[in-house]
Design a protein around this ligand. Structure first.
Ligand SMILES: CC(C)(COP(=O)(O)OP(=O)(O)OC[C@H]1O[C@@H](n2cnc3c(N)ncnc32)[C@H](O)[C@@H]1OP(=O)(O)O)[C@@H](O)C(=O)NCCC(=O)NCCS
Length: 213
């Protein structure tokens, strides 16, 4: 199932469920490009991180935006106990070595966000840097909202860091409201952000804006 959209300068876009077979590497690169700063301390160097992410994707836990067959954006989500990015503790230790792997596991645990019953957690939205600001992210959010509705979820939840006010503004425009901010100043030096805000959007209400499809 997918959605078609046109926007100024974007051309015909297709939004589809799941990561197409063979596109795992591209998805991992987009993901790393967007979140490498945040995940770097846990998964650096990039030449190890990108193949690791690609090899451990749960490909049915994302919606993807394609332009002329090329993936230009994705949104990962967590539902039913699985998220887009997988990889067991054992896999991290095997890839990075037991000694180096351990502190990485602790860092990754900081990013763990388990959904409460009735929630779908959106945990990673990334758009090709050349195509940002043209509505691709909004389309992906609405497709995740459609998934949440089909899965009979009550609400969508996400976290946004304090150093990403533009992403937060986008979520507010798409109907999300901030419910809680956790201040973690001790992480600023290590991870680059010092607070995480949890936002929620009830399922079925939309954003109030015209949807581009
Ligand atoms: C956040 C992101 C997914 C939005 O995708 P998008 O396709 O640019 O989103 P849309 O075109 O639908 O909406 C544009 C809005 O996104 C927000 N935005 C956030 N970062 C942006 C960026 N680098 N460039 C353009 N818009 C950005 C802004 O609110 C922008 O509106 P504005 O131009 O009025 O400021 C995309 O910018 C991205 O991949 N950023 C890096 C990864 C990231 O920060 N993910 C979110 C983590 S919580």
């Amino acid at each position: 199932m997918g959605a078609d959209a046109t926007g100024p300068g974007v051309g015909a876009l297709t939004v589809r469920r799941g990561v197409p077979a063979g596109a795992e590497r591209r998805v991992a690169e987009l993901y790393w490009d967007a979140f490498g700063r945040k995940l770097g301390p846990a998964l650096n160097p990039a030449d190890k991180a990108v193949p690791f992410i690609a090899a451990h994707l749960n490909t049915d836990r994302a919606v993807c935006a394609l332009l002329d067959g090329r993936i230009v954006g994705l949104a990962g989500y967590q539902h039913g106990g699985r998220a887009l990015t997988g990889g067991s503790a054992g896999a991290v230790l095997r890839a990075y070595g037991h000694l180096r792997g351990l502190h990485r596991l602790l860092l990754l645990a900081l990013f763990e966000r388990r959904p409460a019953p009735g929630q779908l957690v959106m945990d990673g939205i990334a758009v090709d840097p050349d195509l940002r600001g043209r509505g691709v992210g909004s389309l992906l959010i609405e497709e995740v909202a459609a998934v949440a509705a089909e899965q009979d979820c009550r609400e969508i939840r996400l976290d946004v860091i304090d150093t990403n006010p533009r992403a937060r503004a986008l979520y507010e425009r798409r109907g999300f409201t901030a419910v809680r901010t956790e201040h973690t100043p001790y992480l600023r030096g290590l991870l680059g952000f010092g607070a995480v805000t949890t936002m929620r959007r009830p399922v079925g209400t939309g954003s109030g804006e015209n949807r581009e499809r």
